[in-house]
Design a protein around this ligand. Structure first.
Ligand SMILES: C[S@@+](CC[C@H](N)C(=O)[O-])C[C@H]1O[C@@H](n2cnc3c(N)ncnc32)[C@H](O)[C@@H]1O
Length: 345
């Protein structure tokens, strides 16, 4: 417990729910960002949630609604495609993983510049590695008993195998890079950089059509902000892009509600309304609750379920097995998912 001032002489206790991350990697990342003129770093601690042990971001002081809690210069972000081409350059998750390896890990100059960030990323098999179903063997994938999970996990694996051979990468390195980039990147819609070498376009009246205004989808990894965890129902901040048309654009973590000092800063991943199926497939975790699941399972939704008859086990059996699967992370995640779906149904 620490004490913070509330103003007017009254002091209140701030309950911290995290243990600060004092490790060398985090300290180097903060130093690197400070050198790049990042703002608001003092408002946030990188730390470990004392309940879950998961690394995340925690605010050190009271935050107002709409406050830009921290700002990271856009030069620090890692684009996962050529910004002039956007999705054309990286249409699938596996392409973005391959681009990450080529552009940052295997490019000596880029690797050196970004090493304070790259060193903070999860490594394969570590506590921070939360595998998506495509890492599982076929028999385990089947145990999810959910058609779209099985189909997409297999599809992802095929994409990875194809792109690995196309780009001269090993399947293992590309599978991990694909997980890393999918679970940590933000999809943006940005004004496409103007290609001055291109001939100006003329409209039917012979007027030059302004080259601005065109938007491209681009996935980027934003150091530091990518440590924020997800909350399906109670996020308190979001990522915003400030001045995207200017050279000195910024990525900001912006409060969507007032936040008390000590709270974890949590965002809503992806579209902001991701079902637990999407969260599992792209980020590798099953949230403890998720209002969006009701819409997903509803009649006419993406994953309509008309009955629970086809499942091999009941909700109660899954809950009993979950208790026994504490030391088996693969089975634990499969059961968490089955319980999430059945509870929603
Ligand atoms: C963008 S990273 C967030 C930072 C991550 N905790 C770290 O320290 O590198 C996304 C990963 O964080 C974890 N994560 C985020 N939100 C979570 C949640 N609500 N429950 C469980 N794990 C979560 C998952 O492992 C996910 O793949």
């Amino acid at each position: 417990l620490a004490t913070t001032s509330k103003g007017f002489g009254s002091a209140s206790k701030t309950k911290f729910i995290h243990t600060p991350d004092t490790g060398e990697e985090s300290q180097q990342l903060l130093k690197f960002l400070a050198l790049q003129n990042a703002k608001g770093l003092e408002n946030i601690d990188i730390g470990f949630n004392q309940d879950t042990g998961v690394r995340g971001l925690f605010c050190t002081s009271k935050i107002k609604k709409n406050q830009k809690i921290c700002q990271i210069p856009s030069d620090c972000a890692l684009a996962l495609a050529d910004p002039t081409k956007g999705e054309e350059d990286a249409p699938t998750a596996a392409h973005r993983g391959a681009n990450f390896l080529d552009m940052y890990v295997k490019n000596e100059q880029a690797k050196q510049f970004w090493s304070p960030y790259l060193d903070t990323l999860p490594v394969y098999g570590s506590k921070l590695f939360d595998p998506t179903p495509d890492f599982y063997i076929d028999d385990d994938i089947e145990l999810f008993e959910f058609p779209r999970v099985i189909q997409q996990a297999q599809e992802r694996r095929k994409q990875i195998t194809d792109i690995a051979s196309e780009r001269g990468l090993t399947v293992e390195e590309l599978q991990f890079a694909t997980w890393l980039t999918t679970s940590r990147s933000f999809k943006l819609s940005i004004p496409a950089p103007i290609d001055e070498s291109e001939m100006p376009k003329i409209d039917e009246k012979g007027q030059v059509i302004e080259k601005t205004g065109e938007k491209k989808a681009l996935h980027v990894m934003v150091p530091f902000i990518d440590i924020a965890n997800h909350d399906s129902d109670q996020s308190n901040c979001k990522l915003t892009l400030i001045d995207p048309e200017k050279d000195d654009a910024w990525f900001a973590l912006e409060a969507t509600r007032p936040i008390a000092a000590g709270k974890e800063l949590v965002i809503a991943y992806g579209s902001g309304a991701e079902s637990s199926v999407e969260l599992l497939l792209n980020y590798g975790f099953v949230p403890s609750g998720n209002r969006i699941d009701k819409l997903m399972l509803a009649k006419g939704g993406d994953d309509t379920i008309t009955s629970l008859d086809g499942w091999t086990t009941t909700l109660e059996e899954d809950k009993t097995m979950l208790e026994m699967a504490k030391d088996d992370p693969v089975l634990h995640k499969i059961l968490q998912f089955r319980i999430r779906i059945k509870e929603t149904y």
